[in-house]
Write a protein that binds this ligand. Structure first.
Ligand code: SIN
Length: 304
């Protein structure tokens, strides 16, 4: 039996499969169809300091090979999350990634300090890349701001930090290097690609917030390239995401350099897919004679 475990920034995960932030409910009725304790880690919908309603509807729009969303990070606020959502997540898995977003460096730091003080998070994901907030992608499309926010949080907490970056840049590997230098322990690559749909019936943008973030199979080669090019540039591990729908997709991301893989949009299509992906990785490793998942991380670079 191959060993599915991987080590992400010094923390052992039982397997490399995670839900992407926003695809797992933190309430008592999880929408995913499987045993949550059997995933590598659980991730909350990004939480903000204050309660927020998010963007006006419609918030999602199906595209030819994916989904545009402009959800706008609705949030119960950090206090409620710490009291309810986080303990409930913790009860379901021994590895928890807490995803946070601030509207200033100070807010990011304070959120991270609050999360760290509770001692329930194995990682903090800095969502530096939501395309649906006015300042959302700025955090990881402006190298100065990226260094400032990652550095600020790094100095404040010891919890491993995952910097989730925007693909809406010219050179993602360059931004990956900035995040690494500022103290990120791992990278989340990539958040959604800013896009637009127009509803021809009403002759105006389909989403309530006009633009949205594209995810799903349409973006997979783009996200895979982001992982590939960043892996060549940085030494910190990468959580790959963007259009992963099958075990083959997950394997591609790992061969390109991802240590773990996050499934996003496809959880809405096939709620059992993460467990199928885990089983598929297991079979692939066995059939190809690998001892474990670790053996294939970045292997495509070495086989070039
Ligand atoms: C959203 O809530 O708008 C999506 C979150 C994100 O893209 O980071």
């Amino acid at each position: 039996m191959p060993d599915l475990s991987v080590t992400l920034a010094g923390v052992k995960l039982k397997n490399p499969i995670l839900p992407a932030s926003g695809t797992l409910e933190t309430v008592d009725t999880p929408m995913l169809a499987g045993d949550l304790s059997q995933l590598g880690a659980l991730v909350n919908k990004t939480v903000t300091r204050d309660r927020r309603d998010g963007n006006p509807p419609p918030r999602v729009w199906e595209t030819a090979a994916g989904m545009l969303n402009s959800v706008g990070i609705p949030s119960i606020g950090i206090d409620e999350f710490m009291k309810g959502g986080l303990p409930r997540l913790r009860a379901r898995n021994d590895r928890i990634i807490v995803s946070i977003a601030g509207f200033s460096v100070r807010e990011f730091v304070e959120l991270a300090e609050t999360v760290a003080a509770a001692g329930l998070a194995d990682f903090i994901e800095l969502n530096l890349s939501c395309p649906n907030l006015e300042s959302g992608v700025l955090w990881s499309t402006d190298s100065g701001l990226l260094a400032e926010v990652v550095g600020g949080v790094r100095r404040a907490v010891n919890v491993p930090l995952i910097a989730k970056l925007s693909p809406n840049v010219t050179d993602i590997a360059e931004m990956a290097a900035v995040a690494e230098s500022a103290g990120a322990d791992a990278l989340g690559l990539v958040n959604t690609f800013r896009g637009l749909a127009i509803d021809v019936r009403v002759k105006k943008p389909a989403l309530g917030n006009t633009t949205g973030g594209l995810s799903g199979p349409a973006v997979k080669p783009l996200a895979l390239y982001a992982v590939w090019s960043s892996y060549r540039r940085v030494r910190i591990p990468i959580v790959g995401m963007g259009g992963i729908c099958s075990w083959r997709d997950a394997i591609e991301f790992m061969l390109a350099g991802a240590t773990a893989v996050a499934v996003g949009m496809y959880n809405f299509v096939e709620p059992g897919c993460m467990w199928e992906i885990r089983d598929g990785i297991d079979r692939y490793l066995a059939e190809n004679g690998f001892n474990g998942a670790k053996d294939i991380i970045g292997l495509a670079h070495r086989n070039q």
